[in-house]
Design a protein around this ligand. Structure first.
Ligand code: SF4
Length: 192
């Protein structure tokens, strides 16, 4: 079901965009949908990011948080530095192998459901640092949901990555985290 939503873009109050609502049945005075759709809708529009920034990509994230790009439009302005309060781990920057266990510990301290976004070439693949000391992608230690390419990615790319995460979060089944497939994924990373 598509419903029109009005936005105020740079003072133009008459700009109308169409935003997707949850699937369901509409009748006179009622709208019925599935619980998973409602939970997905709430979760995807209230993601709390934990920025784990070690180098230059972190600066690009700061630009994304500024007024011009305004992550608050996606319900994600509440950046937290306690893993126990956040549900999106954003890893940005070069991760040295020594730092790997720290990233994993932060991930383990986050409550389920949790998602991971690798921002930039370094976090995704080690980037230009093909050396003995740099982790060649954080997916060697924790599962990653979305990768943002670029060195560094522009704020638009970061917003695109957040929107991809929103898609995943909104469509995720409430039972996914209890599935055998998910348990096998966790076990492949040595996580019980
Ligand atoms: S991907 Fe590029 S900009 Fe980002 S941390 Fe690595 S070197 Fe810096």
């Amino acid at each position: 079901m598509a419903r029109p939503v009005q936005y105020n873009i740079y003072g133009q109050t008459d700009v109308k965009l169409v935003k997707e609502g949850p699937e369901g049945h509409t009748g006179e005075g009622f709208f019925a949908t599935k619980l998973s759709e409602v939970v997905g809708l709430a979760r995807k529009n209230s993601i709390w990011p934990l920025p784990f920034a070690t180098s230059c990509c972190g600066i690009e994230f700061m630009a994304t948080m500024g007024a011009h790009y305004d992550l608050a439009r996606f319900g994600s302005e509440r950046v937290g530095f306690s893993p126990r309060q956040c549900d999106l781990l954003m890893v940005m920057g070069t991760i040295a192998k020594k730092m790997g266990p720290v990233v994993k510990q932060v991930y383990l301290q986050m409550a389920e459901p949790r998602w991971v976004l690798a921002m930039g070439a370094c976090a995704s693949s080690g980037g230009i640092f093909d050396t003995y000391s740099v982790l060649q992608g954080i997916d060697q230690i924790i599962p990653v949901d979305v990768y943002i390419p670029g060195c560094p990615p522009r704020p638009e790319a970061v917003l695109d990555g957040i929107m991809k995460i929103q898609d995943l979060v909104g469509k995720e089944s409430l039972r996914r985290r209890n599935s055998e497939k998910y348990k096998a994924l966790m076990e492949s990373y040595g996580i019980q």
